[in-house]
Design a binder for this molecule. Structure first.
Ligand SMILES: Cc1cc2nc3c(=O)[nH]c(=O)nc-3n(C[C@H](O)[C@H](O)[C@H](O)COP(=O)(O)O)c2cc1C
Length: 200
């Protein structure tokens, strides 16, 4: 599938075939491709919580106002972000770079994020958006559909998954085989309304 087709065919699916199982090798392929997405300073600060236990899925269903994507999807991923990845052995993100590049970049990471809570959080949300879209497009390529989700109680879901203190929840993505067609596109803005030349 080419990129144009994947983008055009990706729609938010509200209900999946609950009987379909995604194989472990498919899940591995999905994540292996998606994590090639870019992050500032190559921090790769996404951490994926995949809900597998029925009790966890049922609890998530309740915490997301009974949205059927949660229980019917073949894979339900909560995208979490490590806000402090920048401070956790940052050399690991550049270990294969030439030494002169490592010496230049790694100290810059600390300088950029330390004492800048806003930058730490903003970076998490930027990266979460990118990985979320990658997961959805890779899923499309693999013959699956998806639904991005933030319609849930973030605080209670944090407790449910034992979210570490220095992590954030970005959003969730449900992936599976569709059981219902999506609604027609609900109101795409014309390009002229969103494309600004040079200045607002
Ligand atoms: C961050 C984010 C959160 C969303 N949360 C939900 C959700 O909780 N439930 C839902 O049914 N759709 C959710 N959506 C899907 C949007 O409603 C959908 O993307 C939008 O209406 C455009 O439709 P399309 O994705 O089919 O093109 C979410 C989308 C995004 C990007």
């Amino acid at each position: 599938m080419d990129v144009f087709t994947a983008i055009e065919q990706r729609r938010s699916i509200k209900e999946f075939d609950p009987n379909h199982c995604m194989s472990e090798s498919e899940k591995k392929q999905l994540f292996e491709k998606a994590i090639l997405s870019p992050t500032a300073f190559n921090l790769q600060h996404w951490r994926f919580v995949v809900l597998e236990e029925k009790s966890q899925i049922d609890a998530m269903f309740q915490l997301s106002w009974n949205q059927p994507q949660v229980t019917s999807s073949s894979l339900f991923v909560i995208i979490c972000m490590d806000k402090h990845a920048w401070s956790k052995d940052p050399g690991q993100y550049w270990v294969n770079a030439p030494v002169e590049v490592q010496e230049l970049i790694v100290p810059m990471i600390d300088g950029y994020y330390r004492n800048n809570e806003q930058a730490q959080v903003d970076e998490c949300m930027r990266s979460c958006g990118l990985i979320g879209m990658s997961l959805m497009l890779v899923a499309q390529q693999m013959g699956y559909d998806s639904c991005p989700m933030d319609g849930f109680d973030f605080e209670k879901v944090g407790k449910l998954i034992n979210l570490p203190e220095d992590h954030l929840i970005g959003m969730a993505v449900a992936i599976g085989k569709p059981a219902k067609d999506p609604w027609p596109r609900s109101g795409q803005l014309p390009l002229e309304k969103v494309l600004i030349k040079d200045q607002f």
